[in-house]
Ligand binder design. Sequence first.
Ligand SMILES: [Zn+2]
Ligand SMILES: [Zn+2]
Length: 338
Amino acid sequence: MKAFVYQGAYNMPLENVETPVPGEHEVLIAVRSVGICGSDVHGYRGTTGRRKPPIIMGHELSGTVEKVGASVSAWTPGDRVVANPLLTCGVCENCRSGRPNICSDRHCLGVDMNGAYAEYVCVHEKMVYQLPEGLSFDQGAMVEPLAVAMRAVNLTPFQLGEKVVIIGAGTIGLLTLLAARMRGAGEIILTDTNGYRLERAKKLGADFVVNAVETDPVQFVKDWTNGAGAPAVIEAVGVTQTANQSLFMTKNGGNTTWIGNSQPEIQINMQQIVTRELNLRGTYGFANEFPSALETIRLGKVDPIQLVEEKIPLDGTGKMIDDLANGSVGFIKVIVNI
Ligand SMILES: [Zn+2]
Ligand SMILES: [Zn+2]
């Protein structure tokens, strides 16, 4: 089969590789739609260190079942499906307490297992969900990023009608906006350094957008809250500057959530957290948010297709990721159709 194999920083050729054969409990999926994730673009640059070559990236996928392993009874060839990219053990303390996303033996498609920038992908049967009637494969590919955003909103306490700040207007930041709205946030501010993305945020319902190139976003949030800071701030970038902004923007005793995961080490102002009793938390992946996101899309509460700005065939994936990595294009969400 054809697959893009990540071989090292800025090196991901299209190769002809063996089509995987499903093991006893595995399902082979013919990929139909796969979203290009910002984390893959960072991974391609070789800066995050999470993807160890050689690996086929791609973890936001839908498709049809092609073949099933001997012990798989729930799926048959031709079924339209979505795959949860997280493979978890199911028996560790974290899995048993309802937090499989922090499983002590966690694996992720496209990170440490071969993913979906390929014609086929092989997954454990427990990772497979039915794509409901009436949903497109592209909508199926958007379940995973929506689940990430819903997790961040679920873990961030705020009351109905309270102000929420979201830093970063990429796919996850924008989906977080939609999820926070669904959960009953009051006014929502989006901050970014990209005017185009902020325009998108406005169209998607942000009450205020702040271009951090022109306006100090911390000062803006302070002014907007009579100097107090916001009750809830969600950071979806993951670098030193925005991580610090998220702390300075949060009101005393408020909640700061980090989804951004670009730079492994950053420098932050610790005293902001200690002396103002901020509740700082990380959020990673999702637990039950995956089926919830699927249901949310099915119900039409959120339509993540609004974020898809470009669709390409499999062969164009390598060039697109390279273009996204070097900044020559700035699409919010690109979907590969196979
Ligand atoms: Zn992703
Ligand atoms: Zn586990």
